[in-house]
Design a protein around this ligand. Sequence first.
Ligand SMILES: CC(C)(COP(=O)(O)OP(=O)(O)OC[C@H]1O[C@@H](n2cnc3c(N)ncnc32)[C@H](O)[C@@H]1OP(=O)(O)O)[C@@H](O)C(=O)NCCC(=O)NCCS
Length: 180
Amino acid sequence: MRCWHPHDAPLFKAALDSSLPELQRWIPWAMNEPSQLDLLEDRLNGYRDDFFGGRSALFALMDPDETEVLGGAGLYRRVGPGALEIGYWVRSDQAGQGFATEAAHAMTEAGFMLSGIERIEIHCDPLNAPSIAVPRKLGYEHGETLVDHAVGPRGESRDTMIWRLTMEAYAATRWEHCSC
Ligand SMILES: CC(C)(COP(=O)(O)OP(=O)(O)OC[C@H]1O[C@@H](n2cnc3c(N)ncnc32)[C@H](O)[C@@H]1OP(=O)(O)O)[C@@H](O)C(=O)NCCC(=O)NCCS
């Protein structure tokens, strides 16, 4: 996992374009795809500016040789003070291998290292079973489901499940697994 760079645009495009049916079921921004390479380069420049400006941290998920984008994941400051939201997507032909869980785990660890972060959330459509599996596996608790709270990719109303992990619960889990 690393910060996006504009030179990732061709690999980013290959990952997005090969995953459109799945992405467009769940993610509104995916309805704007496929995009031209220059637009994707601009977008990646924006991600980089946001990353180093401390606004949001979007990461590329790469294979070890950096020849393929496996997906994307991000930490967003859009759920109020003292909190971060995690988002993720994985290219369709690499799904089901634990990549989203691994990325969300790493972002959970990174998020709680940031000063002042007391809570991390993951928001999912209740119909999106693979996405719900991620916070569940990582020990997040289902808080509430907001009805008709979101707008889906085709403008339809969607429900939103809110999963939360508090710093307290996270720290307790870490101590449970500590052998010292
Ligand atoms: C959701 C998404 C990110 C999951 O990525 P992934 O790398 O396949 O996820 P993981 O392999 O880490 O975990 C997926 C889990 O879902 C489970 N799963 C898959 N299909 C499922 C189903 N129909 N019902 C229940 N669980 C299911 C898998 O078994 C796995 O759990 P396991 O490890 O206990 O077996 C990926 O499918 C995706 O990009 N979807 C489109 C975009 C999207 O929905 N993003 C999330 C928006 S909130």
